[in-house]
Each structure stands twice: as C-alpha cells, then as structure tokens.
Write a protein that binds this ligand. Structure first.
Ligand code: HMG
Ligand code: MG
Length: 297
C-alpha cells in the first residue's frame, strides 16, 4: 500500500553536479541553501572521492564548510573509503554514504575493485562511523541493468543490499544508475530485495534516461517504499554510460506526490526556483518538465 509520507533525498548537489560542467563552490552553497529553504530535510551535498576520478566534487570540503546549516536538515556526503570518511567527518557532514554495485563490471569501473573487495573497504568506514555515532547510508548501483554487462539478476541486487544492511547501513538506496528500468523489471527486482530487506529500510534512486523514472517510482511507492532520491532540475548524467541522463527531477517527484496526496514537506515553487538558479549557472534549461512548466507561467 502507498505510504502517507515520503522523505525525498535531494541528490542534485552531488549526483547531479558530479556529472555537469564545474560550477563554483559558492554557487553550490547557494543551491544547497535554496534547497533547505524550500523544505528539503536531506541534501546530499558532496562527495569525498578521488579528485582525479571526479574533479567536479573536489571542492566538497569548501562547500560543507560554507553552507548555512538549517536545524533538522541532514547534509550527507559520499565516502568510498576511510580517507573519504575522515575528510567528510572533518567538515561535519551529518551523514555519509558508501556505494557498491550489483554488477562486477560497474564496480570495477566506478570504484576500481570487485564487489567483495568493495565490501571489505567499507568495513573500516562502518567501524569508524559507528564509533563516531555517524549514520551510514548504502547505495547499490545497477539494480536493473548495467552499461557493461547488460541485465543484472535480481538475486545479485538482493545479495549486495542485504550485505550493506548487515554491515550496519540504516537505509539501502537502490540505484537504476542508467535509467533502463521499466515496471516489470523493477517489480521483479523489488520481489528479490524485499524478501531480504524490509521496505522501511529501502530507498529508490532512478535516473531518467528513458523517461521511466516516475513510473518506476509509482511502482516503488505501491510496494511501500517511502524514500525517494531525486535531483533538482533533473541535473546530471553518468560518466560511465554515454547518453545517460540525470536523476529523476525533484520537482516532478513533488508534483506526483502532491497529486497522490502524499506529504513531503517541500514547497514546489521554491524548489523550482532553486532549479532555475542552478540551470542558469550551467547555461541550460531544467530537465524537469514541472520546472519548465512553472517557468513558462
Ligand atoms: P583507487 O585508484 O583504486 O584508490 O581509487 P587508491 O586507494 O589506490 O588511491 C588512488 C589515489 O586516489 C591516491 O592519490 C589516493 O590518495 C586518492 P595519489 O597518490 O594517486 O595522488 N584517494 C582519494 N582522494 C580523495 N578522497 C578519497 C580518496 N581515496 C583515494 N576518498 C577510489 C578508488 C574509490 C578512491 C576511486 O575509484 C574513486 O574515487 N571513485 C569514485 C567514483 C565516483 O565518485 N563515482 C560517482 C559516485 S557513485 C554514483 O554516482 C552512483 C550513485 O548515484 C547510485 C546510482 O546512481 O546507482 C551513488
Ligand atoms: Mg546516481
């Protein structure tokens, strides 16, 4: 059954901007402050990863040090290893996230190691975070398809999701990294995952490459999943998949939730304005249909 309330995890400043041309740290800070003002309670604000791999996130420490912290808002960071964790902790990231994949090939291309090696690398991050009282979110990429190996077995997704849960992640975000999912595939994947991880520990993270994200979110909502990752203005792409587009747009998710009478705490107009701000800086239009429609009004 459908949840009455949903938490939106805003990943635009991280997943979105890691795949756009570089914007200044001060513009990132303005964006993050606009997102918190719009009512977002969870903003993934940067990543402490190798600057050689993802130069767009190299200024994450500056960003975290300069945002205006709003009470009750979680400012999260991606941390692939202990080095990243220590850097995130040093600038008081509220939470961190580790990121694995259900596909061996993607794991190698994204974080330069196998799935089992990645889990071993995450262990010291989990230990340190536990000692520091910092919550850790876990991502699984390629949950319905991989740019290198093609199909991904639902059982592989379930295995990695369960491993991250058992390691101590409080929530597992299921990523359709390249946006290839359709409802039947998503349902089959969720059948396998829900057999080992309860719905209240799951989030969904759809990229919108083929325009299926909202439909797939509707499927996830119908399965009782109440946490949705999205990016303002549909920012982003995927460096490892030519033609892949950004995350589902936060504005479009909010419009859907409004129509379904599901509460989320976000002001759509203020959110759309944040989208216009950042796309203006990037010299492009929002990828959000709702953002464009409101802009034309
Ligand atoms: P590696 O080369 O195997 O690591 O990379 P290493 O430990 O051998 O280190 C190599 C160099 O990186 C060294 O520097 C380290 O100091 C440095 P050098 O001696 O060459 O000058 N280094 C770091 N620097 C800063 N912060 C760190 C860090 N760690 C090492 N934390 C590594 C392994 C994981 C570091 C690398 O592959 C990496 O940074 N990958 C990140 C890739 C990434 O950020 N991808 C995008 C995010 S995931 C995503 O978007 C999917 C998601 O949205 C869900 C979905 O859509 O499915 C989450
Ligand atoms: Mg992503």
């Amino acid at each position: 059954s459908f949840p009455k309330q949903v938490r939106i995890v805003e990943v635009g400043p991280r997943d979105g901007l890691q795949n756009e041309s570089t914007v200044s740290a001060s513009d990132k800070v303005t964006l993050i402050n606009m997102l918190s003002a719009a009512g977002h309670s969870y903003i993934e604000s940067g990543a402490f990863v190798s600057p050689k791999w993802v130069p767009q996130m190299a200024d994450s420490a500056d960003v975290f040090s300069s945002i205006t912290r709003k009470a009750g808002v979680t400012y999260a960071a991606l941390t692939p290893n202990l080095k990243g964790y220590e850097a995130a902790k040093a600038v008081a990231a509220t939470e961190v996230a580790i990121f694995g994949a259900a596909s061996e090939a993607f794991s190698q291309k994204n974080i330069n190691c196998s799935i089992s090696e990645s889990l071993a690398r995450f262990a010291p991050v989990m230990d340190a975070a536990k000692a520091d009282g910092i919550k850790v979110r876990g991502y699984v990429s390629c949950v319905v398809g991989c740019p290198y190996q093609g199909d991904v077995a639902p059982t592989d997704v379930a295995r990695v999701a369960k491993a991250l849960l058992d390691m101590g992640c409080y929530e597992i975000s299921l990523g359709d990294t390249i946006g290839v999912g359709t409802p039947d595939k998503v349902n089959a994947m969720l059948d396998a995952v829900l057999a080992v991880v309860p719905a209240d520990k799951l989030a969904v993270h759809f990229h919108d490459t083929y325009g299926q994200a909202l439909t797939n979110i509707y499927v996830a909502l119908s399965r009782g999943i109440a946490v949705i990752d999205s990016a303002v203005a549909g920012l982003g792409g995927c460096p490892y998949a030519a033609g892949a587009s950004g995350n589902v747009a936060s504005e479009d998710v909010v419009y859907l939730l409004n129509g379904l009478g599901i509460s989320h705490g976000i002001d759509l107009t203020a959110l759309a304005q944040a989208g216009w701000f950042i796309t203006d800086k990037l010299g492009k239009q929002p990828s959000s249909k709702v953002g464009l429609a409101l802009k034309a009004k």
